[in-house]
Design a protein around this ligand. Structure first.
Ligand code: SAH
Length: 232
């Protein structure tokens, strides 16, 4: 699968964060020193290798961009840890699934959305904080990524564009959100952190061809909360 990115040197910022530093992150993700295990899907690892994570944060933090850690992006929010992004993305492709259209709830920095777009998915992303969304949109434009986005409370999903083959929720709610599960296509996969505070689990919900759902737990995670309403 080819990454759909415009890779001009100035956009990628080669030099500031060397390919060697990025390759080390890929090796760490693959090796699985994380308690949740290693990342096996080469397409996902390749997308992480290709998308310049340092462009999804303030310049002051860019030297830390290829550490396997969440980092602040303002408004009390974070860009997710690379392992978590990889794990959620990999879960969408498990068991031979070939999703085409994906909804992300919680655009944040735009990084997870960019990874999904680099994998060739048609991406729809929703963010409740206007300023974060405007910055993410600029990044999508700079990288030549075609991502559809809207400023809204993502707990209602994107009904006009449903159903989705995959749904990724990147903020934690006390329980799976019914409106989102309803917008998942038969054969689709939804991944979402569920639980409060430090007691969150990454849940994967699958809908079979007849619409019956099954769930499994991909491990412990820490996400910011899924909040109601929108702010500018
Ligand atoms: N996927 C992001 C992770 C950002 S953190 C990334 O790769 O950077 C989670 C994001 O979810 C925050 O930006 C937060 O504002 C947003 N969020 C929280 N509740 C939301 C809601 N109800 N609707 C849309 N976005 C929400």
């Amino acid at each position: 699968m080819t990454a759909r990115l415009r890779l001009q040197p100035e956009a990628v910022g080669l030099g500031m964060t060397s390919q060697r530093v990025r390759d080390r992150l890929i090796e760490r993700l693959r090796a699985g020193s994380h308690p949740g295990g290693g990342i096996r899907d080469e397409r996902v690892l390749n997308a992480i290798r290709t998308v310049p994570r340092h462009l999804f944060m303030d310049e002051a933090l860019a030297t830390r961009a290829y550490e396997d850690t969440a980092l602040p992006i303002g408004h009390g929010q974070t860009i997710s840890q690379p392992w978590v992004v990889a794990k959620m993305t990999e879960a969408l492709f498990a068991d031979g699934a070939q999703p085409k259209k994906v909804l992300e709830v919680g655009t944040g920095s735009g990084y997870q959305g960019a990874i999904l777009a680099a994998l060739g998915l048609e991406v729809y992303t929703v963010e409740r904080i206007g300023e974060l969304l405007r910055t993410a949109r600029k990044r999508f434009r700079t990288l030549g990524l075609n991502v559809r986005s809207k400023h809204d409370d993502g707990r209602i999903g994107w009904p006009e564009c449903a159903p989705f083959d995959a749904i990724v929720v990147t903020a934690a709610a006390p329980a799976l959100v019914e409106a989102l599960t309803a917008q998942l296509a038969p054969g689709g996969t939804l991944v979402a952190p569920v639980g409060a505070g430090s007691g969150q689990s990454l849940l994967r919900l699958r809908k079979d061809a007849d619409g019956a759902v099954s769930q499994d737990n991909l491990g412990a995670v820490v996400f910011v909360p899924l909040l109601s309403g929108m702010i500018d």
